[in-house]
Design a protein around this ligand. Structure first.
Ligand code: GTP
Length: 595
């Protein structure tokens, strides 16, 4: 055990974690040159396309030092985007140390801070890694000072390196061995293994990534999932090198995978403890804090025959991603679907894209919303995440919305526009500190304003330099108006949204205009109306059109006519019929972009 080092790599997005992981694998010979495809660890198609890491990955490599001692280095690559911070804390719980990667051309950013504090709370040894020193504008000295000033940790053991060229990586490995403690635990105690992650493999069933905290796990052992008391036989165990490698046993201090023929996706929950059936441990390990989704939206299959596939796919995805929440929802406009909870908009986008791509489900999503705390006149308090379920105004005593505390780091030259943006978003400043090259700002802002496109707007007013990290703070009373949309006098529940009262009439008008733009003309007039608390505040009409797609090809040949008719039919497939009006899929999400 004294030659094992378990560590995570944490950083702000794009500072080079994945590149560093690849370089470590290469130096330690985990893969041949030929096997090193562009970026090894970001294995999901989506990750490659977007160039970001979504799932944490674990890899064990061997390193021989100058004295010929062999060390097992076990590292977990983690995602850097604010929506995936949950993955970071899970990965950290399997480690004794963390490499804090900071881009030497950029410096410390909000997410670097947030992740570093999570690691400090878990008492991990931190090694600052000043990356990208090959770039001409790199300033590792300045960044090293920022780490001390802004994060408040010593950077005495910081390593300067370039993950791209490999400079300094050898020193980094020596430091990992020197500074990160070896795992503790008792090899002869009953087995306690923490499930860090689980995912579903179509051939093997559930695969779990585990960290053995005490004892030894053997292939063919009979194990017990401690939360349910259910027993399973271990089929296979092993490690990732990063190739999947089978082993006969995994012992105290090691991180590896286990397959035990579990077919039910809820049977191996993340954060649970595995022990052996013969000699069970007395206590479960303390698992993970249950993470709460921040935004909710309805997802509905375009065609109802995909409902079962959709349900099954959500089950499989949620095993892999415990921050994904879902429950059945029925909409008069969109039929049967699910109300889903996500950590943020990017998370929602990724889940939707995975459902569409990996499971070929065509989906319509409704506008996302946060959770509101509502105090009714009868004293009851309810929490609502669906605008269409909002009680009537005369039943409500107070509505409270979630407020988040935002930590923003920004270079001083962009301070003005950033403050202006925070004020526009109904922000309240609670702190402002000047550091050498950056200002750290603290604002309390309604979550509703933050989760939509605040992050993108912040990036745009600061030329990409400002960084953001946020946390739920409390509920605060607010005046909210419910906007309903009626199409030919029929209320479309999936288009109902909630808005801050001062912006409500403007938003209602904008939605009506947008619908007019997006809904194609039909063979009859279509009336679009918006109401606030049941009184009409905006209306518009889409004039009728007698459209004959064949009119252009008088006397033409029959196959061309067929083609045009087919095209018209295909166009209709991407629409949803409300009453007798076809509404395009994009209309449901378009209201998002009206702020
Ligand atoms: P996420 O997975 O999205 O959180 O990002 P990441 O931190 O894993 O960053 P990634 O490794 O994908 O690197 C981001 C970009 O920086 C890529 O274009 C890399 O090629 C580049 N990069 C990483 N390390 C270095 C380095 O040492 N020098 C130079 N010049 N570029 C680097």
């Amino acid at each position: 055990m004294k030659n094992i080092r378990n560590f995570s790599i944490i950083a702000h997005i794009d500072h080079g974690k994945s590149t560093l992981s690849d370089r470590l694998i290469q130096i330690c010979g985990g893969l041949s040159e030929r096997e090193m495809s562009n970026q090894v660890l970001d294995s999901m198609d989506l990750e490659r396309e977007r160039g970001i890491t979504i799932k944490a990955q674990s890899v064990m490599i061997n390193y021989k030092n100058k004295k010929n001692d062999i060390f097992n280095l076990n590292f977990i690559d983690t995602p850097g985007h604010v929506d995936f911070s949950y993955e970071v804390s899970r990965s950290l719980s399997a480690c004794e140390g963390a490499l804090l990667v900071v881009d030497s051309t950029q410096g410390v950013e909000a997410q670097t801070l947030a992740n570093c504090y999570t690691a400090l709370e878990m008492n991990l040894e931190i090694i600052p890694v000043l990356n990208k020193i090959d770039l001409p504008n790199a300033n590792p000295e300045k960044v090293s000072k920022e780490i001390e000033d802004i994060i408040g940790i010593s950077s005495y053991n910081a390593i300067k390196c370039s993950s791209k060229t490999g400079t300094g990586i050898q020193n980094l490995i020596e430091s990992i061995i020197m500074y990160i403690p070896s795992p503790k635990g008792k090899i002869d105690a009953p087995l306690q293994a923490l499930i860090i992650d689980s995912w579903f493999d179509n051939y093997l069933g559930v695969v779990s990534l585990i960290r053995i905290k005490n004892g030894i796990l053997f292939e063919k052992d009979k194990i017990q999932v401690m939360s349910t008391g259910k027993n399973y036989f271990v089929d296979q165990i092993g490690i990732f090198t990063p190739k999947k490698l089978n082993k006969k046993k995994l012992q105290c201090g090691e991180v590896g995978w286990v397959i035990c023929g579990i077919k039910s996706i809820t049977a191996a929950p993340v954060g649970d403890t595995l022990t052996t059936a013969q000699n069970p441990a007395k206590k479960r390990l303390s698992g993970f804090k249950k993470i709460k989704p921040q935004i909710y939206a309805g997802l509905f299959p375009v065609t109802s025959d995909q409902y079962e596939t959709f349900k099954d796919a959500l089950g499989k995805l949620s095993l892999n991603d415990s921050s994904l929440f879902y429950e059945p929802e029925n909409s008069n406009a969109l039929g049967f679907g699910f109300r889903c909870g996500f950590l943020g908009l990017l998370h929602m986008e990724i889940i939707q894209a995975r459902l569409e791509r990996e499971y070929s489900i065509d989906l319509i999503s409704t506008a996302p919303t946060v959770i509101y705390e509502i105090e009714l006149n009868n004293g009851k308090i309810i929490y609502l995440d669906s605008p269409s379920n909002f009680p009537d105004a005369n039943q409500i005593k107070t509505i409270r919305e979630p407020i988040v505390e935002c930590n923003i780091l920004v270079p001083p030259q962009f301070l003005g526009p950033v403050i202006k943006l925070c004020v526009e978003k109904r922000g309240f400043q609670t702190n402002m500190i000047y550091h050498a090259h950056q200002v750290s700002l603290k604002y309390n802002i309604p979550m509703n304003e933050v989760v939509l496109n605040f992050f993108d707007e912040l990036k745009s007013v600061s030329s990409g330099y400002a960084s953001l990290e946020y946390d739920f703070k409390h509920f605060q009373s607010v005046k909210i108006a419910k906007i309903d949309i009626l199409i030919n006098s029929e209320k479309v529940d999936a288009l109902t949204i909630l808005a801050y009262y001062k912006n409500a009439s403007y938003r209602a008008r904008e939605i009506v205009n947008k619908m007019k733009e997006l809904i194609p003309r039909h063979q009859f007039d279509i009336a679009i109306q918006a109401t606030i608390n049941n009184s009409i505040v905006a209306r518009s009409t889409i004039k009728q059109l007698r459209k004959n797609v064949l009119s252009k090809c008088y006397g033409g040949d029959i196959s061309r006519k067929k083609k045009l008719l087919q095209k018209q039919k295909d166009g209709k497939k991407r629409m949803k019929k409300i009453g007798n009006v076809n509404i395009p899929k994009t209309a449901f999400i378009s209201i998002l972009n009206i702020s």
